[in-house]
Design a protein around this ligand. Structure first.
Ligand SMILES: [Zn+2]
Ligand SMILES: [Zn+2]
Length: 214
């Protein structure tokens, strides 16, 4: 089976990593965290000539949501997110006012995305891992066959997400990462919500919060 094509690039004023995953054979695609710069995202989708089947959201912070309306309108794809972040999603206006950003007119989302929810991108399959801590609904997207893990703001290269915001819990994020992420294959590529990519192996060895020396 052909490996997924992946493109990841920072979008919006806070540099949220948006990823596009594409099955190169069927041209089915998903967009993860369209946080801003809708025109850029749509141009990349057009470049790849792909059909977006779903818009996956790791968690409901404004910097991961800003271009949902643009991408949703252009593709008609459903937005999938964990229901535990509904309050944040519905209070996006408050979030955007705090950061001085325009408030996106968000469509309703599909809340079937729970722990263990099956994801597919053409012939590739994956699953959702509910990893609360940064927010209550924070969810990672794991494509085991691709050795790929998208972690949102739960796990970063050498760090973890902040837990001092609404719904955050330090104990929960540590437990989520140790029990759900650190147990994955070491050669799994980790795409965080901000900053550079890493691997599970590197985070096991060097991450000061959840690694071997923590
Ligand atoms: Zn966040
Ligand atoms: Zn973020």
């Amino acid at each position: 089976m052909a490996k997924l094509v992946r493109e990841t690039f920072p979008v919006g004023p806070l540099g949220c990593n948006c990823s596009i995953l594409i099955d190169p054979t069927t041209k089915d695609a998903v967009v993860v965290d369209p946080g801003g710069d809708g025109d850029t995202i749509l141009a990349r989708l057009k470049h790849h000539g792909c059909t977006v089947r779903s818009i996956l959201i790791t968690h409901a912070h404004i910097d991961h949501l800003g271009a949902i309306p643009d991408v949703q309108k252009a593709t008609g794809a459903p937005v999938l997110m964990h229901d535990a972040d509904r309050d944040l999603y519905e209070n996006v206006g408050m979030q955007s006012r705090m950061l001085g950003l325009p408030t996106p007119a968000l469509p309703d989302f599909d809340a079937r995305l729970k722990d263990g929810f099956s994801l597919s991108v053409g012939g590739a399959s994956g699953g959702a891992l509910h990893t609360p801590g940064h927010t209550k609904g924070s969810t990672c997207f794991h494509f085991a066959g691709e050795r790929l893990l998208i972690t949102g703001d739960t796990l970063f290269a050498g760090s973890i997400g902040r837990t001092d915001l609404w719904g955050g819990s330090f104990d929960d994020i540590i437990r989520s990462i140790k029990e759900r992420l650190m147990v994955l294959d070491g050669d799994t590529l980790v795409i965080p919500g901000h900053g550079p990519e890493t691997t599970i192996e590197d985070e096991r060895r060097f991450n000061p919060f959840v690694g071997e020396s923590a």
